[in-house]
Design a protein. Structure first.
Length: 325
């Protein structure tokens, strides 16, 4: 009798189920599933339970040498394989701990001047103008803004509660008074979408599994709706239900690139550049670094300290001898 080899396609289903059980984001699910699939294909569709340290190292080396991926990309692939072996296959393999993480180059963040920020924001239009203002005015990441729910915006206290930020942490940041009127109008637009959906027998949004089980009706409640709803309802890949999701971050990324180009900004500005500019400009205005750390949601103050290097003008603030009086 010959034993049937394990089916790699069923393994990917197990990976997705485990990720959903641990309430990881849909993006993490897609990224981890993709890396594990690539790992399996790289080794001729052999099941990972029959592979070892040398096979993992060969795959990671292939990414770095042949594919020339960035260190952060290689580390994401390693994290996916760690998840596979420990969480899905239930194998504690000590050799995984001894595979070195790729060393990412230490680079200073790209920061726009206040004038450059103004020029970029002036060239954003519609809902993208509001999103850009919030990223710069609050320090939120682009996906944190896209995932804002109605209940997380407090107009009376001028606060925004950022739920499930990086590292599954909640934090509070300010709601800029200059952005409040436009945000109120956006909330009313979202209300109109929701009322139409309810009238059509829909109106549900995605909720984490624990919440959806405990409060079955919450998904249709107004307070759980997204502040930036998508124009159309779509199929949720996690459970096959049709819901109204939030706006895609890619649409804002394209708008940001175009606005930067039209503003004549020569720096490689991205949505995250607005977050970097938020932090740097607060420090430049004299705010305490611990306060900025809290607003950004950094676990360690050392992460926030990198913005102090951006503030040092011309070689750590030293006046060049060419500029002497």
């Amino acid at each position: 009798m010959t034993s049937t080899p394990p089916d790699p396609s069923r393994l990917l289903d197990q990976v997705r189920a485990k990720i959903r059980l641990k309430h990881y984001s849909i993006r993490t699910e897609q990224a981890y599933s993709d890396w594990i699939k690539r790992f399996i294909l790289f080794h001729g569709k052999r099941h990972p339970s029959g592979l070892g340290a040398a096979d993992v190292e060969a795959f990671l080396s292939h990414l770095a040498v042949a594919r020339k991926v960035a260190a952060s990309t290689q580390n994401q692939a390693k994290s996916a394989l760690l998840f596979l072996y420990r969480e899905v296959l239930g194998l504690e393999l000590p050799w995984l701990d001894h595979i070195d993480k790729a060393k990412a180059p230490i680079r200073l963040p790209v920061v726009l001047t206040r004038d450059e920020v103004d020029r970029v924001l002036e060239r954003l239009h519609g809902v993208h103008a509001l999103i850009g203002a919030l990223l710069y005015g609050t320090g939120m990441r682009v996906m944190e803004a896209m995932r804002l729910r109605v209940k997380d915006v407090d107009f009376a206290r001028h606060e925004i509660l950022v739920r499930d930020g990086k590292g599954f942490k909640d934090r509070v940041t300010m709601l800029p008074r200059a952005a409040a009127p436009a945000l109120r109008r956006q909330v009313e637009i979202a209300r109109t979408f929701h009322q139409r959906d309810l009238a059509a027998g829909a109106g549900a949004v995605w909720l984490p599994d624990a919440l959806s089980r405990k409060y079955p009706a919450a998904a249709r409640e107004w307070m759980w709706q997204y502040v930036f709803p998508a124009a159309e309802r779509s199929l949720d890949p996690r459970d096959g239900n049709v819901r109204r999701h939030h706006l895609s971050d890619q649409s804002f990324q394209r708008a940001m690139r175009e606005a930067s180009r039209r503003a004549g900004v020569t720096k490689p500005a991205t949505p995250h550049t607005l977050r970097h500019s938020f932090a740097t400009h607060l420090l430049d205005a004299g705010y305490d670094i611990r306060t900025v750390q809290e607003l950004l949601g950094h676990s360690e103050v050392s992460t926030t300290m990198i913005y102090t290097q951006v503030l040092n003008r011309g070689g750590r603030g030293v006046v060049s001898p060419l500029d002497r009086d």
